[in-house]
Ligand binder design. Structure first.
Ligand code: ADP
Ligand code: ZN
Length: 214
């Protein structure tokens, strides 16, 4: 059966953003990144952004209420016909339950991108993002054509504030404490597909396409 919704789940740095962008491009699906929505709200200084900022800076989860508001709004604004990929949401059991309502009975698959903490700490230290369009780079594995400049839009590449080592450690702890519980929740429903996030992007994409019969 062709599934219309893919949820990307996994620790910070497992590659949800990169994998999501790649799949969205291949299938012309809408990519909804919860982290990008939050960063956009913070940058624009909206009411939600102002409330979310302190949590994102510390690597804590933003309260469910704020996240649900942003995601709900986004999905309402653009109801994709082809399907969509959602990155970084749900992240708590409460969000997962709310997501079931938002999905309105459309079956979905959850892809669990797996990687060890040591691997993630290393990879996140090398991550850079485009200040303007949010494109993701890795200094060694996905380097930009010109150092410090985005291939897609010419924007400046920066390190995310929350990719600093102290914050990374907290984000991993928060993941293990609050998000890992979702794995059993989805596994018991038979919709969890495990894929290694440590390999090459190409292999990860192939594995997802095979396992989810895309
Ligand atoms: P990563 O998955 O690499 O941590 P994201 O861009 O998905 O990066 O998230 C960055 C930050 O945004 C998180 O550390 C958290 O503060 C906040 N955030 C993102 N998604 C959620 C969510 N679903 N619920 C609560 N907070 C979130
Ligand atoms: Zn860019």
């Amino acid at each position: 059966m062709r599934r219309k919704i893919l949820v990307l789940l996994g620790p910070p740095g497992a590659g949800k953003g990169t994998v999501g962008a790649t799949l969205a491009k291949i299938y012309h699906w809408l990519l909804v990144s919860c982290g990008d929505l939050l960063r956009e709200a913070i940058r624009k200084g909206t009411k939600t952004g102002k409330m979310a900022r302190q949590f994102v800076e510390k690597g804590e989860l933003v309260p469910d209420r704020l996240v649900l508001e942003l995601i709900g709004e986004r999905l309402q604004r653009e109801n994709p016909v082809g399907g969509f990929i959602i990155d970084g949401f749900p992240r708590t059991l409460n969000q997962a339950e709310q997501f079931d309502h938002l999905a309105e009975g459309v079956p979905y698959a959850v892809i669990y991108l797996k990687a060890s903490d040591d691997f993630l700490i290393n990879r996140l230290a090398q991550r850079r993002i485009c200040e303007s369009c949010g494109a993701i780079y890795h200094l060694v594995n996905i380097p930009p054509r010109h150092s410090g400049v985005c291939d897609a839009c010419g924007g400046r590449l920066i390190q995310r504030d929350d990719d600093r080592p102290e914050v990374i450690k907290n984000r991993l702890e928060v993941y293990h404490r609050q998000t890992a519980a979702l794995l059993d929740y989805y596994r018991s429903r038979g919709i969890l597909f495990e894929v290694s996030g440590e390999g090459k992007l190409e292999n990860t994409i192939n594995e997802i396409q095979e396992k989810c019969a895309l």
